[in-house]
Design a protein around this ligand. Structure first.
Ligand code: 5GP
Ligand code: ZN
Length: 114
């Protein structure tokens, strides 16, 4: 989508610190990190949120996003303590409508999240 920030990052039109890439997913550093490790993992294809991805013909992409997020946790040294989060909708804290997994780690996570 032309007006989507994360599509812009995937396309290389918007600068970002790329952590790693796969054929169908991209991991990049969050611009406003909430933990020492804070990486976003997105599918290259635009889907607004988790429900739209699951309902799409390429719902297998979700597995690739999760596998990539887990690989990022390992490569960033937080395999033994991290959180993977999908915020959904305004009340869920979603501000960018291109589905993304937050990989957070490197500090003690609190529960419940705010
Ligand atoms: P959400 O609030 O939708 O769950 O997460 C969106 C995330 O994108 C936020 O954590 C925010 O800091 C991050 N973000 C917003 N704009 C940019 C940007 O231009 N570049 C990068 N790398 N991250 C961004
Ligand atoms: Zn997008």
């Amino acid at each position: 989508m032309s007006d989507c920030l994360f599509c812009g990052i995937v396309a290389g039109d918007v600068p970002a610190t790329i952590v790693s890439q796969t054929p169908r997913t991209v991991a990049f550093a969050d611009i406003n990190p909430q933990a020492p490790v804070h990486v976003l993992v997105v599918p290259r294809a635009h889907h607004a949120n988790l429900a739209e991805l699951i309902d799409s013909p390429e719902e297998d992409l979700l597995r690739e996003v999760l596998a990539h997020a887990t690989e990022v946790a390992q490569s960033c040294g937080v395999a033994d303590g991290h959180r993977i989060v999908f915020n959904t909708g305004p009340e869920g804290g979603q501000t960018v409508e291109h589905v993304h997994a937050h990989v957070l780690g490197g500090r003690q996570m609190t529960w419940p999240p705010g």
